[in-house]
Ligand binder design. Structure first.
Ligand code: FAD
Length: 307
């Protein structure tokens, strides 16, 4: 039995593991893919004190830092069930094996919903982006499209409009779904065009980077094209929490509901990073929350263990 069993090996899980191990308690990390989403990104320029790094490099550094400590890393293992047992919780893996922890830190992250159109995969990180806070500055002075007219799409379009030359917001439905206050702000911006009833059908590139996209005008069925250098896909962030449904309290968006110190609805189970209700999904925030969840887990252990 681990004192702290961390599920997830992204920035949140890695930070939790380091913080737990530094308390001298038995710490384990089980991860489907150690490194997490950072492995899928190229330039990272907002991890404070590191002006520039690359995803795979940061992923390797996270793992190396955890390996500096006496932490058992179980990589390429997917958790599929969490249940209470006498002295804590049992996590069952897809392999059939199970692990127990007196406390648990859930840090399973999230994934961006993709459009599923030709060209999208090929041009990921080559013009196709998901995070305006991360990649917005790369498109300074250029033309971009934002796909999705919900709150995140409209927020992204407003944010990008201050950095780039022009933003085209593309919404599938007849109207935007974002809050009125955001829509009003968006419509007040001179360098934004809004297209509704528009279905993106293809990402177009020149072999090395995005040069535009095709969309169908759903009103008349006509194919149209748009020249852009960047496409920000904002059609949903899906937390990796399907396996926890019916186990603990989850928001309507599938996020684990956490308190300011990372507590979940189950005593002794904490959560951190992109899988939680924390609003901004960023590496530095996930890492900070991982640290916080581990400290909360330690606090829980010293209050509940026999003297
Ligand atoms: P994740 O990084 O998602 O890690 C989750 C971990 O849990 C992984 O190890 C995964 O394999 C594991 N896991 C999931 N389900 C299970 C399961 N059932 N069992 C076991 N393990 C499981 N943020 C920035 O701050 N700056 C950037 O420049 C930036 N660029 C980005 C570019 C791209 C293309 C993407 C996709 C994201 C980017 N982000 C950036 C966001 C950032 O990567 C995330 O906010 C951050 O990685 C979240 O960390 P996390 O530990 O919460 O989750």
């Amino acid at each position: 039995t681990f004192d702290v069993l961390v599920v997830g090996g992204g920035p949140a899980g890695a930070a939790a593991a380091v913080y737990a191990a530094r308390k001298g308690i038995r710490t384990g990390v089980v991860a489907d893919r150690f490194g997490g989403q950072v492995l899928d990104t190229m330039a990272i320029e907002n991890f404070i004190s590191v002006p520039h790094t690359e995803g795979p490099k940061l992923g390797a550094a996270l793992e190396a830092h955890v390996r500096d400590y006496d932490v058992e890393i179980m990589n390429l293992q997917r958790a599929q069930k969490l249940e209470p047992v006498a002295d804590g919780y049992k996590v069952t893996l897809e392999s059939g094996a199970s692990l127990t922890g007196r406390s648990i830190v859930l840090a399973t992250g999230a994934r961006w919903r993709k459009m599923g159109v030709p060209g999208e995969e090929q041009y990921l990180n080559k013009g196709v982006a998901f995070c305006p806070h991360c990649d917005g500055p790369l498109f300074k002075g250029k033309r971009v499209a934002v796909i999705g007219g919900g709150n995140s799409g409209v927020e992204a379009a407003i944010d990008l409009a201050g950095l780039v030359a022009h933003v085209t917001l593309i919404e599938f439905d007849k109207q935007l779904r974002a809050d009125d206050v955001l829509q009003r702000k968006l419509r007040s911006l001179a360098n934004v065009t809004i297209l509704t009833s528009a279905r993106t059908t293809e990402v177009i590139g020149d072999g090395s980077k995005v040069i535009g996209l095709h969309y169908e005008n759903r009103a008349d069925g006509q194919q149209q094209s748009l020249a852009v250098d960047g496409i920000f896909v904002q059609i949903g962030l899906l937390p990796n929490t399907e396996w926890l449904k019916d186990t603990l309290d989850i928001s309507p968006r599938g996020e684990i509901i956490v308190s300011a110190s990372g507590e979940t609805s189950l005593p002794g189970v904490f959560a951190a990073g992109d899988c939680t209700t924390t609003p901004y999904k960023q590496i530095i925030i996930a890492a900070g929350e991982g640290a916080e969840a581990a400290l909360s887990a330690f606090d829980h252990l010293i209050r509940t263990s026999a003297p």
